[in-house]
Design a protein around this ligand. Structure first.
Ligand code: AMP
Length: 282
């Protein structure tokens, strides 16, 4: 696997791959890789001739009191995982390479970025769309792979790609969980043993919501109350939001009708965790 740290090296390599008529798949990450990331990598390897991953903790998507400085990293383990999966290249730039002095350009998607995570993390999606577009311009992929773990982020990226006529096919892949239900996340690293068991309440609450929907409950407020009760049982959990909303525009719903997104953000200790699932009335 080739490791590139400069924009020029990365671009030259991608241009060569494309000039040979090969399809290029791209998997952007912030590193500290787990099986959720690797599921995206494997899909790209299966669908494309060549796969490039990136590992970059993007400062512009973090707020002033967030975890930019403590975000976990394991560069050697990440490289070993990518090599053993068969990834062809890794782009791992330094911050100054991506945002040199005088940097002044940002991309914003309006509307859907103001809801859910965007309401509590105002810089998040402007940072995400800016870095994703920059990485698309640098790696020039045919396809890019994202996980539904970050459901809203995926919708924001799909909107940007559609609105700005970006010639990259966005592939969405399901959220992967640990055996006990915890959504895989690099931020799970922040949890001590007790916090980790509290964190299980997120997936348990979502499962209960799915069960209630399957049994015919249609009231969004009843389901939201039930989710809140389950999570509030842990004194360590502090709820940021519980949303029952349209999975495309994130408008809150009053009744579960067709597909509804149940999305949560909960702080447990120093970790802000998100999780989601689809509730489906049949
Ligand atoms: P991150 O490194 O957390 O920014 O994530 C990089 C990519 O991996 C994003 O597209 C995430 O949605 C995806 N991802 C992270 N965790 C999971 C998971 N548990 N299941 C599936 N995809 C995931």
């Amino acid at each position: 696997m080739q490791i590139f740290t400069t924009v020029k090296e990365m671009r030259d390599w991608s241009a060569k791959v494309r000039s040979e008529g090969k399809t290029l798949g791209f998997v952007p990450t912030m590193g500290y890789l787990h099986e959720g990331h690797m599921s995206l990598v494997r899909k790209s390897l299966a669908e494309c001739d060549i796969t490039v991953a990136s590992s970059y903790v993007n400062p512009t998507q973090f707020g002033p009191n967030e975890d930019l400085d403590t975000y976990p990293s394991s560069p050697e383990k990440d490289s070993a995982l990518l090599v053993s999966a068969g990834v062809h290249a890794l782009f791992r730039p330094k911050v100054e390479e991506i945002y040199p002095q005088g940097y002044a350009s940002y991309v914003s998607v309006e509307g859907i970025t103001e809801k859910l995570c965007g309401a509590s993390r105002p810089n998040l999606f402007r940072g995400v769309t800016t870095i994703v577009l920059k990485l698309f311009n640098i790696t020039a992929p045919h396809r890019a792979y994202f996980g539904e773990k970050d459901w809203q982020q995926l919708a924001v990226i799909e909107t940007m790609v559609r609105d700005l006529n970006i010639d990259v096919e966005i592939r969405r892949l399901p959220l992967l969980r640990e055996e006990d239900g915890l959504a895989m996340s690099s931020r799970n690293r922040y949890l001590d043993k007790e916090e980790r068991s509290s964190a299980l309440l997120l997936s348990r609450a979502l499962k209960r919501a799915q069960e209630k929907t399957a049994k015919g409950e249609r009231s969004a407020s009843k389901i939201r109350d039930e989710i809140r009760q389950i999570i509030d049982a842990s004194p360590q959990a502090s709820i940021d939001y519980i949303s029952l909303c349209d999975p495309k525009n994130f408008e809150e719903v009053t009744n579960i009708n067709g597909k509804t997104l149940a999305a949560l953000a909960v702080k447990i200790g120093s970790a802000r965790l998100i999780d989601n699932c689809i509730l489906e009335s049949v």
